[in-house]
Design a protein around this ligand. Structure first.
Ligand code: HXC
Length: 515
C-alpha cells in the first residue's frame, strides 16, 4: 500500500491535469480545439515538458467562487525543449474560466517570462482566452499590465512568440501584439480588443467573430499576424520551425544548419530572369528561392502588403533575414503598409543577430493623396531609421529599379550597408527614364520632327547612361556589378567575411523611431 501522502500528491496532480473537467474538455474537442496539455505535447520535443506551479489557484474574493478552486488557474506553465534547445512556455486552458486572466494566472505567466529572461531562452505563449477575468476586476487588469511591461522590457532580449489557438479577446490580444511573432490558426482563432457584442452595443454594427478578427483579417488586412496554420498542429509546428532560425537570446548567434545545398552553386536561370523591357514584371519570390539554401525560405506576413517580401532563410547554412520587393505586385512600390512591414522586420533581425540581405526592385514610394495624408513620410521614415540603426551585417542586391526614395531606403550604401551589389539590369536613378526624359528634355521633344521617336531615343540613351549600374559603380555607390547567377556564392562569401563585424551606435538611452 502506497504512503497516503504520495496518493494525495497523485490525486492532486490528476485533478490539476483535468483543468476544467471532462465535460469542458469534451466541449473543447467538439470545437475542433486541443487542450493546453495536448498542445504542449505537439510543440515540445517528446517528454521534455516540466511543469511549474501546477497547484496555484485563485485566492478567492472578488466574486470568485471560494469553494471552486481549480488547480493551475487556467494556465499550464513550465519549460521544455524544441530541437534540443530550452524554451519557456505558457498554455492557457480554456476549460478553466475560459482561459481568462486573473491575478494568479498572471503571476504564473510572469514567472515563466522572468525565468526565460534569466536563462536567455525564448518564451512562447499558447493563447486561448476570454481576456480579463471579469470577477477579478482591477486585479486582472493589473495582471495584464505586469505581463505587458515584461513583453516590452524583454523585447529584443529573448524571442517572444505567440500562437493563437482560440479566442484572444481584450487584454489577451495586447500581449501577443507586443511579441515578436504571432501565429494564428485558421477557423478557430480570433483576435480583437472588443468583441462583436460590445461593438453592437457601442456602434450598432453587426459582425461575426471571424469577419471581425479571424485569421484572414489579421494576415491580409490588419497585418497583426505573421504566419497562419491551417489547424492547431500546423500552427504549433510553424512555431518550432520559426525558432530554428533564431538564437535563444540577443547575445547568441542563430544556429547553423548544414542544408546540403552547395555553397558554390550558381543558377544560370537567374541571368535571364529580369525581362529586357523594364515594364514587364518577374517574380522576386523566384529569385529568392533560387538563391537561398533549397527550401529554406520561410516567408513572414506573406499576404499583407504583398508588394514587399520579408522572411527568414538560410544561406550557406546560416540564418538571414530577407527583405525584398515583389515587382509583380504594384511594381514593388513602397506604400505605408509595406514600410511598416519592412521596418519592423529589420528591427527584429537586428535584435537577434540575423544578417540582412535585401533585394531591391522598386520604383519608389507610392504617390497619392491617401498615402500622403495617411503619413507615408512618417511610415517611410521607419524604414530609413531601421536600416540606419541596424548593426548586423547588411548586404543589398539591386536587381532592377532602385529609383529615388526606394534606392535610398532599401539598404543603400550610406545607410551603413556593408556590401552593395547590382545586377547588370539595375537602374539606379532619381526616377525612371520615362519620367526623367519628360522633365529634362521637354522642349527638345516638342521641337523634334517626330516627338515620339525623339522621346524614345532619349529614354534609351538615358537608361544606358544615367541609370546604368556602371554609373553607380563608377561613383562607388555599388561595390560590384555581378552576374545574377553568381549571387548565391557571392552572398555566402560576403556573409562569411562580415559575420563577425563589430558595429555600434552612439551611446544613448534609446532612439525615438517615428511611430
Ligand atoms: C470571466 C469568462 C470571460 C471573462 C468567458 N468567460 N469570458 N469569465 N471573464 N472575460 C467564461 C464563461 O463564463 C464560460 O464559463 C467560459 O469562460 C467559456 O465561455 P463561453 O462564452 O461559454 O465560450 P464561447 O462561446 O466559446 O465564447 C468565448 C468568448 C466569450 C468569445 C471568449 O466568452 C466572450 O466574448 N467573452 C468575453 C470576452 C471579452 O470581451 N473580454 C474582454 C475583457 S476586457 P463557464 O463556467 O460557463 O465554462 C479586457 C480588458 C483588458 O480584457 C485591457 C487591457 C489593455
Amino acid at each position: 500500500m502506497d504512503d497516503p501522502r504520495i496518493l494525495e500528491l497523485r490525486e492532486r496532480r490528476q485533478r490539476a491535469r483535468l483543468g476544467g473537467g471532462e465535460e469542458r474538455i469534451r466541449r473543447q474537442h467538439e470545437k475542433g480545439k486541443l487542450t493546453a496539455r495536448e498542445r504542449l505535447e505537439i510543440l515540445l520535443d517528446a517528454g521534455t515538458f516540466q511543469e511549474l506551479e501546477p497547484f496555484i489557484t485563485h485566492q478567492g474574493g472578488d466574486g470568485m467562487p471560494v469553494g471552486e478552486k481549480i488547480p493551475g488557474e487556467g494556465v499550464v506553465t513550465g519549460y521544455g525543449q524544441i530541437d534540443g534547445r530550452t524554451v519557456y512556455v505558457y498554455a492557457q486552458d480554456f476549460t478553466v474560466y475560459g482561459g481568462t486572466l486573473g491575478e494568479m494566472h498572471s503571476h504564473k505567466i510572469c514567472r515563466v517570462m522572468d525565468l526565460a529572461l534569466r536563462d536567455g531562452t525564448p518564451i512562447i505563449g499558447l493563447i486561448d482566452s476570454g481576456g480579463a477575468r471579469i470577477q477579478e476586476g482591477v486585479k486582472s487588469l493589473a495582471g495584464y499590465a505586469q505581463i505587458f511591461r515584461r513583453n516590452a522590457q524583454y523585447s529584443g532580449v529573448v524571442p517572444q512568440i505567440s500562437v493563437i489557438l482560440g479566442p484572444c479577446a481584450g487584454g489577451a490580444a495586447y500581449s501577443p501584439a507586443l511579441t515578436d511573432m504571432i501565429i494564428m490558426t485558421e477557423k478557430t482563432s480570433y483576435m480583437f480588443i472588443t468583441g462583436p457584442e460590445v461593438i453592437k452595443t457601442v456602434t450598432g454594427e453587426s459582425i461575426s467573430q471571424d469577419v471581425l478578427g479571424g485569421c484572414q483579417v489579421h494576415m491580409e488586412i490588419s497585418g497583426t499576424a505573421h504566419l497562419a496554420g491551417r489547424d492547431e498542429r500546423e500552427s504549433l509546428l510553424l512555431c518550432r520551425t520559426m525558432l530554428g532560425y533564431l538564437p535563444s537570446n540577443n547575445a547568441e548567434n542563430p544556429p547553423h544548419f548544414d542544408s546540403g545545398d552547395d555553397p558554390t552553386r550558381m543558377d544560370a536561370a537567374l541571368n535571364s530572369i529580369v525581362p529586357l523591357d523594364p515594364t514587364v514584371a518577374y517574380q522576386m519570390h523566384e529569385v529568392i528561392e533560387r538563391v537561398v539554401d533549397a527550401g529554406s525560405f520561410l516567408e513572414i506576413q506573406p499576404l499583407y502588403a504583398r508588394c514587399a517580401i520579408i522572411g527568414l532563410a538560410r544561406i550557406g547554412g546560416h540564418s538571414v533575414g530577407l527583405v525584398a520587393q515583389e515587382p509583380s505586385v504594384m511594381a514593388g512600390v513602397i506604400d505605408i503598409d509595406a514600410a511598416d512591414k519592412i521596418a519592423r522586420f529589420v528591427r527584429f533581425c537586428d535584435s537577434f543577430n540575423l544578417p540582412l540581405v535585401t533585394f531591391v526592385d522598386s520604383p519608389g514610394f507610392l504617390p497619392g493623396i491617401q498615402q500622403e495624408h495617411g503619413g507615408i513620410l512618417r511610415h517611410g521614415a521607419k524604414v530609413l531609421y531601421a536600416y540606419s540603426e541596424a548593426t548586423v551585417p547588411k548586404i543589398s542586391v539591386i536587381t532592377r529599379k532602385a529609383y529615388g526614395g526606394a534606392y535610398v531606403v532599401m539598404s543603400s550604401k550610406y545607410l551603413g550597408t556593408d556590401i552593395n551589389y547590382a545586377w547588370p539590369s539595375a537602374e539606379v536613378a532619381v526616377m525612371g527614364a520615362e519620367g526623367a526624359v519628360n522633365i529634362l528634355y521637354k522642349s527638345q521633344i516638342q521641337q523634334a520632327a517626330d516627338p515620339e521617336a525623339e522621346r524614345q531615343r532619349l529614354v534609351i540613351e538615358y537608361r544606358a547612361q544615367t541609370g546604368s549600374p556602371y554609373r553607380a559603380a563608377e561613383a562607388g555607390f555599388v561595390d560590384d556589378v555581378i552576374e545574377p547567377r553568381e549571387t548565391r556564392p557571392k552572398l555566402i562569401v560576403a556573409l562569411g567575411a562580415i559575420r563577425e563585424k563589430i558595429a555600434t551606435n552612439p551611446p544613448r538611452k534609446h532612439g525615438n523611431i517615428p511611430l
